[in-house]
Design a protein around this ligand. Structure first.
Ligand SMILES: [Ca+2]
Length: 117
């Protein structure tokens, strides 16, 4: 693939799965009992090897789409979108698509500060 492409851009659950609970009919459960079924009813799962696999194949990897709303975040990000970005940056993602680039940049700066850069 690296002979014709510079990178890949998978949907972020292919990198960090969202793990929910489901009823017998396969419907996701309202775990936090707020009357809505959304990201806050799921947790982030064990990261896949997709970032490492892409890098091993000589490909950059970008993922999408990051948003700020708590309902779009797994509950373990504690309603703070920076926590989600930090997980992906720490995993080695090369780029992100975000509807809130100011948050993406602030999280990137926090990550670089962690690295002492
Ligand atoms: Ca809910």
């Amino acid at each position: 693939m690296a002979t014709y492409a510079d990178g890949v851009g998978p949907w972020k659950p292919y990198i960090v799965p969202m793990v929910g609970q489901f009823d017998a009919q396969g419907r996701m459960l309202d775990v936090n009992k707020d009357g809505k079924v959304n990201g806050m009813d799921a947790s982030s799962g064990t990261p896949t090897t997709l970032i490492a696999d892409a890098h091993k194949a000589g490909l950059a990897i970008h993922t999408w789409t990051f948003r700020n709303e708590a309902r779009r975040l797994a509950y373990d990000y504690q309603g703070n979108p920076v926590n989600e970005y930090l997980q992906f940056y720490r995993l080695g993602i090369d780029g992100v698509f975000s509807d809130f680039p100011d948050t993406a940049v602030a999280a990137r700066q926090a990550y670089l500060k962690e690295l002492g850069r």
